[in-house]
Write a protein that binds this ligand. Sequence first.
Ligand code: ATP
Ligand code: MG
Length: 201
Amino acid sequence: MFKLGVMGGTFDPIHNGHLVAAEGARDELALDKVVFVPAGKPPHKPGHDIADPRDRYIMTGLAIASNEFFEVSSIEIERPGPSYTVDTIQSLMDRYPGAEIYFITGADAILDIITWKNFEKLLSLCFFVAASRPGYPLDKLRQKVSAFIEYPERKILSMEIPALAISSTDIRRRVLAGKTIKYLLPEPVEDYIARHKLYRR
Ligand code: ATP
Ligand code: MG
């Protein structure tokens, strides 16, 4: 059976935390492929100005180029209106008929997801993989998840990955403050941000 990983995110910008989570899941679950899906207009992310979807898509492509198992998809950024994960999973199921789908998230994001209104539906379509993330302990996550669903261990897998206290928010702040972002994300992405003067306001 074809095992497809799906790594969703705003990727504003993509960084090494995303890559380590996706590669950890690929390795641990023997995934055949991981598709990175940059979000179009994230319904759950008001608050800050999000970089142009095209820039986020290109940066994601640059970041994953060296991994033969990784791919980037423009399905969410091409779809008009807000992006819903259920729609994304469904169109990936059409594109990869019969594939077993693993939606990869950080331990923080899974907690948001289980409170979405379509979560039941989502849970019937795919598995979830929650990667450890500094500040979001996995054991606490398990407790919270079990308050929402029965037998969460069947559908929600958790995975320890090397801790990287990196976030896109911190990277944007650093750029704005003129601080270095070297080694927090792949060099081609760093170069792209500099060349296109992203996150300078
Ligand atoms: P922002 O600060 O803008 O929210 P972010 O760094 O959280 O950005 P997202 O695009 O929101 O990045 O995250 C996409 C997915 O990657 C989410 O499931 C998130 O939990 C996960 N993720 C992000 N950073 C890490 C990290 N350092 N370790 C593990 N998972 C991460
Ligand atoms: Mg986030």
